[in-house]
Write a protein that binds this ligand. Structure first.
Ligand SMILES: [Zn+2]
Length: 191
């Protein structure tokens, strides 16, 4: 049991501020990803490699919340933290999956991110936007910059796109099942 790698799975945003919403399909990032994380917890827990926890973003401003989250996850001994989002853009034709990591993360974590990004493409067959490297000027930076923990943002598609939203709802089960397998493959590279 003790040799299991502690990983945190986090639905992006919060119940009060649920992130990007698609009104046509009446779904928000937080509600969708809370379901994803709950189901993923069971699948990851069944793997001898991981000891997963689900973690919800603490209240407060983004930077403060991420600092607080970093402190707590470090006390738990979490080594890898995966935050689940769905993208949003002004341009409703923007589509596809992408993954974000810190620009200064390790080579192994870059490989792990690539495996997860390729996995999203395999599962969802939507546009590949690639692995993106975050710096201080990009969104998600305070999460990705949490000390001592490898952090990754997973964006399977855009909730501002009806096409991607319909896809993510129709393939929710396949997404959860599929991403658990790619997280395992990526975890074996990382640890
Ligand atoms: Zn988001």
């Amino acid at each position: 049991m003790e040799s299991r790698i502690k990983i945190a799975i986090v639905p992006g945003h919060s119940a009060r501020r649920p992130g990007c919403k698609n009104k046509k399909f009446n779904v928000s990032e937080f509600s969708y990803n809370l379901d994803v994380c709950r189901a993923l917890f069971d699948l990851l827990h069944a793997m001898p490699l991981f000891q997963p926890i689900i973690f919800l973003r603490p209240p407060g401003g983004y930077k403060t919340a991420m600092e607080e989250m970093g402190k707590i996850l470090n006390v738990y001994g979490v080594k890898w933290c995966l935050e689940f989002h769905c993208n949003g853009a002004q341009n409703s034709s923007a589509q596809g999956h992408e993954v974000w990591i810190h620009q200064d993360t390790s080579e192994k974590h870059r490989m792990a991110a690539k495996i997860i990004n390729n996995g999203l493409g395999y599962i969802l067959e939507n546009r590949d936007r690639g692995v993106k490297l975050a710096d201080e000027s990009t969104r998600g930076y305070h999460f990705l910059n949490i000390p001592k923990i490898k952090c990754i943002i997973i964006e399977p598609g855009f909730f501002s796109s009806h096409t991607d939203t319909a896809l993510l709802l129709a393939k929710k089960g396949q997404y959860i099942e599929g991403i658990s397998k790619f997280i395992k493959i990526a975890g074996e590279v990382l640890f």
